[in-house]
Design a protein around this ligand. Sequence first.
Ligand SMILES: Cc1cc2nc3c(=O)[nH]c(=O)nc-3n(C[C@H](O)[C@H](O)[C@H](O)COP(=O)(O)OP(=O)(O)OC[C@H]3O[C@@H](n4cnc5c(N)ncnc54)[C@H](O)[C@@H]3O)c2cc1C
Length: 286
Amino acid sequence: MKPAPFAYTRPRTLDAALALLKEHGSDARLIAGGQSLLATLNLRLSSPGLLIDIGSLAELRGIDIAGDQVRIGALTRHVEVERSPIIASNVPLLSAAMPHVAHAAIRNRGTIGGSLALADPAAELPACMLALEASLVIVSTQGERRVPAKDFFKGLYATALEPDEILIRVDVPTRATDWRYHFNEFARRHGDYALAGIAAACGPVQQGSADLRLVYFGFGERPLRANHVESAVLKSGFSSPTLEKEVAAAVGLDLDPQSDLHASAATRLHLATVLACRAARYFSYA
Ligand SMILES: Cc1cc2nc3c(=O)[nH]c(=O)nc-3n(C[C@H](O)[C@H](O)[C@H](O)COP(=O)(O)OP(=O)(O)OC[C@H]3O[C@@H](n4cnc5c(N)ncnc54)[C@H](O)[C@@H]3O)c2cc1C
């Protein structure tokens, strides 16, 4: 298939890109790495009148530390996050997740901003941002705003972004070295979107309590934090012999997966139990 005709422009500044978005509204579409957008254009799932290529906006690219935040520019490519020593030292959950994001060729072009703005429910990075309690930094001609990850992902491919806004950065809080992280997913083939996955973070355990965050992806329309499962794990203890039973009783309170051609709802709930128990066992030894 070929895309419907569209105009193309490559602004040199962020202000110019924002002015174009404001002028053209929902008839315009940003293109970053193009790894997801081009497929939707070719399949004619989307037919914007104008493509605004933000690829040359250097100020949206790069990783640095500012105070207690690791700042990742929206145009930073997946491969740059995967290989970054700053990410490896300060946000190891992202280093663990990155090799699961598509294939190397796609990670060479795809950007972190594109992945978060797309908000695919089976994508790894939105779930990681929830587990890390990251903030997404968004601009329009009206100014800048910050949206916590828990409020950014609204539904199936739906986010808090308005048509005239650009995601410019994601800020991830750094944590003390006694925080632990775990990432795991089931996919039919390595590099495929996950059938079921979990991104998990855990603060220091004190008197059986901890800041535990278990975030599932591939189970609904957006990444889901599993509060009941977290409580079940903390109540039973990370290495309790009854952990599986307690988690299995809790997963259905957090998740309501649908059956589809990839897996039944029952299989997905079983995978959710396995993923949470693996995370808990990992935290009990890490
Ligand atoms: C075969 C294949 C397998 C894949 N497997 C996976 C996988 O397992 N896991 C996974 O997470 N992803 C997967 N992907 C998607 C891949 O990670 C994409 O790179 C990513 O989803 C989008 O990044 P991009 O920079 O290419 O965005 P684009 O395709 O350029 O844009 C995607 C969307 O985001 C919008 N957008 C882009 N940047 C911004 C911004 N800064 N502000 C506001 N809106 C913006 C665009 O307008 C568009 O709607 C796969 C893709 C392919 C083709």
